[in-house]
Design a protein around this ligand. Structure first.
Ligand code: AMP
Length: 217
C-alpha cells in the first residue's frame, strides 16, 4: 500500500503519520524531516537548500525526488509506504508516478488534511523545538513549565526559521499555488480524499484510519 499525507504546513501530517505508523506499520518518509537533517549536518544538500528552506519556498524538484527515489528502492516490495509532505508540485507527482510504477507500485490514496490559514498560523508560529531531544512544544497549546526551556531535558527551546508567521503565510500560499493542483489531479483518478485537520488529533486519526482500512488490500 502507498499512501500520501497531503495538506498545508501545520495541518498535522507529522502527528497523523506517527499514529498511522503505530497502527498499520507503515514505513514513513517525510521529505521536510530529511531536508532539515541535511541542513543540520551542513552536507552539500544542506548548504544548497539553506536559503530556500528559511524563506519557506520549495526545494528544487530533482533534489527532493532523488531522496524519495533512494527511499523507495531501499524498501522491500511488501512494505507499506507512507509519504509525508511529498509530492508538492505537479512535476514531483509525475516523477513520483513513474518511480512507483518502475518499482511495481502505484498510489492508493492521497489524504488531504484541510485546515484554514488562521488555525495554521496559530499552530505553527507558537511552535518551539528542543534542539537537544527533538520534543515539539507550543507556547499556548503545549507550554513548558519554564518559558523557553524544555521540560524533558532542560535545554533551551528555539523557533524554526520557517515557523515565523511571515514565512508560514508564504508557505501556505506556496501550498495553494504549487501543491493543491496535485489533489485535483489524483481526485480525477479517484485517488484523493479530504478530511478536516481541524478536529482533535484523535478524531482526525479515527477518520483517516477508517479510510485506510476501507482501501486496504
Ligand atoms: P515540512 O516539514 O514538510 O513542512 O517541510 C519544510 C520545508 O521543507 C518546506 O517549506 C520546503 O522548503 C521543504 N520541503 C519539504 N518537502 C518538500 C517537497 N516535497 N518539495 C519541495 N520542498 C520541500
Amino acid at each position: 500500500m502507498n499512501i500520501c499525507l497531503f495538506g498545508p504546513p501545520g495541518s498535522g501530517k507529522g502527528t497523523q503519520a506517527s499514529l498511522l505508523i503505530k497502527e498499520f506499520g507503515f514505513i514513513h518518509i517525510s521529505t521536510g524531516e530529511l531536508l532539515r537533517e541535511s541542513l543540520k549536518r551542513q552536507d552539500s544538500l544542506g548548504v544548497a537548500i539553506k536559503k530556500t528552506m528559511a524563506e519557506g519556498a520549495l526545494v528544487p524538484d530533482e533534489m527532493v525526488v532523488e531522496l524519495v527515489r533512494k527511499f523507495i528502492v531501499s524498501c522491500s516490495s511488501s512494505a507499506l509506504l507512507l509519504f509525508d509532505g511529498f509530492p508538492r508540485t505537479i512535476e514531483q507527482s509525475n516523477l513520483f508516478d513513474q518511480l512507483l510504477e518502475s518499482n511495481g507500485r502505484s498510489l492508493d490514496m492521497l489524504i488531504n488534511l484541510e485546515v484554514d490559514i488562521e488555525t495554521i498560523v496559530e499552530r505553527i508560529s507558537g511552535r518551539r523545538v528542543c534542539e537537544k531531544c527533538g520534543t515539539i512544544w507550543h507556547i499556548v497549546l503545549k507550554p513548558t513549565k519554564n518559558q523557553g526551556i524544555c521540560d524533558l531535558c532542560c535545554h533551551e527551546l528555539s523557533q524554526r526559521d520557517d515557523d515565523q508567521e511571515r514565512v508560514v503565510r508564504q508557505r501556505y500560499n506556496t501550498f495553494l499555488n504549487a501543491s493543491l493542483p496535485i489533489f485535483d489531479k489524483y481526485e480525477r483518478l479517484g485517488k484523493a480524499w479530504s478530511c478536516s485537520g481541524s478536529l482533535s488529533i484523535e478524531d482526525t486519526f479515527q477518520k483517516v484510519k477508517m479510510k485506510i482500512n476501507s482501501i486496504k488490500k
